[in-house]
Design a protein around this ligand. Structure first.
Ligand SMILES: [Cu+2]
Length: 141
């Protein structure tokens, strides 16, 4: 007779613990998702002397994360964006078949050119062969 109520109390206690645990994880998940949506993420493929896509648009004042994927089998590529006027200075080398990540926060709205700085002696540079793109930074709303 005594054992039955005791079991009920214990299972009730465990139930509350489970509920609190779920609430904790649910709120944690929400925070993670909320923080994640703030970052402007793009995947740019590099290959055949092109960037895909070759035009991206972001908003000033929010973090940008570029994942750069070199799809070529033997040709190394690079991502360069330099704008002394605004202090934008990005550069990453990406070996054939590898990827790299660039993170930055654009501060000034405008249009910026990015390109690959690779060039073999006596050959046209990758940029001259078309490896160029445009980053548009919209003013913060
Ligand atoms: Cu290149």
């Amino acid at each position: 007779m005594d054992a039955i109520p005791e079991t009920k109390v214990k299972s009730g206690y465990v139930g509350i613990l489970l509920l609190l645990t779920c609430a904790f994880f649910a709120s944690g998940l929400f925070v993670m998702v909320a923080a994640d949506t703030n970052t402007q993420k793009f995947i740019i493929h590099l290959g055949d002397y092109r960037f895909h896509p070759d035009a991206i648009e972001v908003v000033a004042g929010r973090p940008v994360e570029l994942t750069l994927v070199n799809d070529d089998k033997i040709t190394p590529h690079n991502f360069t964006l330099k704008d002394p006027g605004t202090g934008m200075d990005l550069s990453a080398n990406i070996s054939a078949g590898k990827s790299a990540m660039l993170r930055f926060i654009p501060q000034t709205a405008g249009s910026y050119v990015f390109y690959c700085n690779k060039k073999l002696p006596f050959m046209k540079s990758h940029r001259e062969r078309g490896m160029e793109g445009k980053l548009t930074v919209q003013p913060a709303s």
